[in-house]
Design a protein around this ligand. Structure first.
Ligand code: C5P
Length: 226
């Protein structure tokens, strides 16, 4: 099973992103392009990072009617991204439409790692325990033909037990020991994520906001990959 550290490049411009990546010398870390960077720079940023030798996770979290998502995914496929995602809350027909058009790995976002059970209950009106929702969403993803889910490392083992160990768990909500949680609610360290069986960890601020991003990245790799 591939295991890697994916850096969330949550920047708003190409300059900022390239200045950041230059700190990594000849290394070509797996990068995640989220909404901020994609809306700030457009699809050319994906092509540039691919041409530079990076694997790219395009994190746009599609969530719309099946026809719209399928057609958007067909366009995303032309960019050559290695991984992209949809919201599992969009349900199986939407996810199947995405899977049918995708070339790289498509995974489903279960519950955002910034969402607590209290918010689920009081604002989204989901009465079930958070873990149960995550597992049901993961099963829906698998049935729809997706290759894995975005979830918390705290849910990785149960997702694997329910969906199989070749079903990917891509886990944000990672903090190096001592870093601020920020808006994340369910956080773990890279070492804990390894113990809990995550396949990929997604790390943003613990690397991007570090005084020495390369050292922080190396520390994440060492803790996560051993
Ligand atoms: O800075 P931090 O490590 O919290 O960044 C986490 C990244 O993972 C962000 O880019 C965020 O959009 C993304 N993400 C997340 N929770 C999810 C899905 C994606 O935090 N469920």
């Amino acid at each position: 099973m591939p295991k890697d550290v994916i850096i969330a490049c949550d920047f708003s411009s190409e300059d900022e992103t390239m200045n950041f990546l230059e700190k990594f010398g000849d290394e070509r870390p797996y990068v995640k392009i989220g909404m901020e960077l994609f809306y700030g720079t457009g699809p050319d940023m994906v092509r540039k990072l691919k041409a530079r030798g990076h694997s790219v996770f395009l994190d746009l979290k599609l969530h719309d009617i099946p026809n719209t998502v399928g057609r958007a995914m067909a366009v995303i496929s032309t960019l050559g991204v290695d991984m992209c995602n949809v919201h599992a809350a969009g349900a199986k027909a939407m996810m199947s439409a995405a899977a049918a058009e995708a070339k790289g790995l498509v995974i489903g976002v279960t519950q955002l790692t910034s969402t607590s059970e209290k918010v689920m209950r009081e604002e989204i009106l989901i009465e079930k325990p958070l873990k149960e929702t995550v597992i049901q969403y993961a099963l829906n993803c698998k049935e729809a033909g997706l290759k894995g889910v975005v979830c918390s490392p705290l849910e990785a083992e149960e997702v694997h037990r329910a969906c199989g160990y070749d079903f990917l768990t891509v886990t944000p909500g990672i903090r190096l020991e001592g870093d601020a949680k920020g808006d994340q609610k369910r956080v773990t360290t890279p070492a804990m994520a390894r113990e809990l069986g995550s396949d990929y960890i997604v790390v943003g601020r613990s690397i991007t906001a570090a005084a020495d991003p390369l050292a922080a990245y190396e520390r994440c790799r060492k803790e996560f990959l051993g």
